[in-house]
Design a protein around this ligand. Sequence first.
Ligand SMILES: NC(=O)c1ccc[n+]([C@@H]2O[C@H](COP(=O)([O-])OP(=O)(O)OC[C@H]3O[C@@H](n4cnc5c(N)ncnc54)[C@H](OP(=O)(O)O)[C@@H]3O)[C@@H](O)[C@H]2O)c1
Length: 291
Amino acid sequence: MILVTGATGGIGRRVVRLLRQQEKPVKAFARLSSRYSELEHRGAEIFIGDLRREKDIQQACRGVEYIISTHGSGGDALSLDYRANIELIDQAKANGVKHFVFISVLGADRGYEDAPVFKAKRAVEKYLQASGVNYTILRPAGLASNLLTLAERFRETGLYLLIGDPKNRTSIVSTDDLAKIVVDSLTVEGAQNQTLAVGGPEILWRGDIPQIFGRIFNKEPVVINPPLFAIDGLRGALGLFDTQTQQALGTYRTLLANEFFCTKDEISNLESIFDFKLETLENFVRRYLAV
Ligand SMILES: NC(=O)c1ccc[n+]([C@@H]2O[C@H](COP(=O)([O-])OP(=O)(O)OC[C@H]3O[C@@H](n4cnc5c(N)ncnc54)[C@H](OP(=O)(O)O)[C@@H]3O)[C@@H](O)[C@H]2O)c1
């Protein structure tokens, strides 16, 4: 049995689909409020719970042989990115789990002080590496699926909001490729006890993205490019009455202010370990939006 957390999210949903296509038994951890009927329809067992509750994690882990942690935190890095993953690793140990796949983030090891998600991911990485449980840690750059809503908006309006430096580099990864890598990590020899950067096949400037959309939808892009200090102003104002959102904006600012790309060597290493060619952002968007 394979436990998948974040099973209703961008990565998790695709992971469950792939595992079910291979007819593997899956336990999908989902909240009662989540949209899980598709997963149930595909034959996954739905475990209703909340990752903020230790007891739910302990119960979900009973009888599982593999754990895939893909959940996000929606602003509560301490409870979800940190505590829930530590409990999952403890339970993996207690239950003799054969392999644990953890979705971290590219740049987790750069020591960004003001980004709680990055700090939590790094602490979990270290805990997992020292746990004695077989693992694969994947550090993705930005996910292509996150850009689909922006692409649809672009199709209607031609507008693209780009906060910060358009010359910052990124390696947007196809979320379908990432899901395949997650699933293959359970069996591929070269992924055992590895920490791998995961990106798409090309290094893009953030400013290339509206150009790609322009090409796909045959529309001249109108790029709105506010400077980064617009976020700083918002954070300062929010800090007066909502510290959790202020902290979450710290992670968001870190993402906007820095470069998150994989080197050519990292990408060819990835393609060689998992034995397939990664798809480009343009291909991903064309596939989903049928153009
Ligand atoms: N998005 C990116 O560009 C990116 C880049 C690098 C790394 N990552 C990492 O990749 C992972 C997945 O990202 P994603 O974009 O696929 O996330 P996502 O679409 O936002 O999905 C988050 C998932 O976590 C679940 N979740 C949140 N709080 C929960 C709770 N209290 N109890 C149980 N489940 C809970 C959500 O359930 P509901 O359906 O109930 O909301 C959802 O299934 C995250 O760890 C993220 O940090 C993302």
